[in-house]
Design a protein around this ligand. Sequence first.
Ligand SMILES: Nc1ncnc2c1ncn2[C@@H]1O[C@H](COP(=O)(O)OP(=O)(O)O)[C@@H](O)[C@H]1O
Ligand SMILES: N[C@@H](CCC(=O)OP(=O)(O)O)C(=O)O
Length: 390
Amino acid sequence: MLLCGVFISIFVRYNSTMRKEILKKVKRIVIKIGSRVLTCDDNGLDSALIGGLAGEVSHFRKKGYEIVIVSSGAVAAGRKELGLGDRPRTIPQKQAAAAIGQSKLMRAYEEAFAGHEIKVAQLLLTRDDLANRLRFLNARATIDTLLDCGIIPIINENDTVVVDEIKFGDNDNLSALVTNLVEAQLLVILTDIDGFYSADPRTDPDARLIHLVSAITREVERAAGGSASTVGTGGMATKVAAAKKVGKSGVSTLMINGKTPGNLERALTGDEVGTLFLPADTSLNRRKHWIAYTLRPVGRIIVDNGAREVLARHGRSLLPSGVVRVEGKFDRGACVRVCGPDGTEFARGIADYSSREIELIHGRKSGEIEQILGYRYGDDIIHRDNLVVL
Ligand SMILES: Nc1ncnc2c1ncn2[C@@H]1O[C@H](COP(=O)(O)OP(=O)(O)O)[C@@H](O)[C@H]1O
Ligand SMILES: N[C@@H](CCC(=O)OP(=O)(O)O)C(=O)O
């Protein structure tokens, strides 16, 4: 028992030292705030809580940190106004609620930050905006300019126009993609629970709070369940997925309870609150991260075992000779899934040839491409610079 206590206290100290080391290298932070954090029991926005958070964010902003907020809460803030009872059910109802709630949400932030003489700006994004490289770079330039002017960008999904195909899905995912977009060094996820538990504490009384997740393994993913909330969409599973995505570009994630006053400030000074997810050992550059997680794959290329081996283990380009077949219709430049002979996706990349062209050249030598097509773009179906092993 005593030994266990000693071990815990050494671990807490180690964890806290590590947090401080990570925080030392942080200048730009993305803070994601969930719907359940921002709303009170009667489901309106909790302006006292937003006021408190604005105070904590302003404190760090004035210390020189650059802060980007990804905020949920539009649907929750607007649904009462629609008079539809506890929850908008159809997609148009949700979109109508978001249209009402988004302006309420921004007004609440504007008022809260005005008290600290800080201005805010609204950005509403769809997945298509970030999947298009030019719009991605434009969004980044806008955010950089706002940050240079000391303004806090507040980002949400453009709920009123999105349909499933162009949806980020949830704001946990959006916050991970924004972290990559703005090249932040830390993602902080504020939710309504103290961090990541060994199981959902709402259903499992034995669930333990885990302060440090050094690798996002299958067990970690299995422990993360969905949301019980009527206003949120993600649950813990999407938060863990977000931590995994940013971890692939070397960024840590802190998940803390956003309902507890002062928690954000404590977490950003290195106290052991919530859960710290460490990044993966291998880190993708930003462009590869964008290919792997922001682009929407539109087709599949099935490769043989030899090609799978050289792509996955040796980082080579995909040549026509290793391709067994192509599925789906896509143009040159499309993002595609690369799958092994059993159909399991193991990589993603940008194809240098269209599906129609790949149908003609698969299984052949690169030297034969010109003879078969009458032209050639290069030797590879996917060049290694455009290929990411997942
Ligand atoms: N392993 C877990 N640890 C912590 N919370 C979990 C876990 N599995 C599921 N959950 C649930 O996830 C919820 C948080 O997600 P969600 O309701 O989407 O919040 P938010 O609005 O902040 O995005 C928690 O309230 C909890 O019930
Ligand atoms: N864009 C939606 C939020 C969707 C969402 O992911 O919510 P949450 O799980 O609370 O982060 C809104 O503003 O209501």
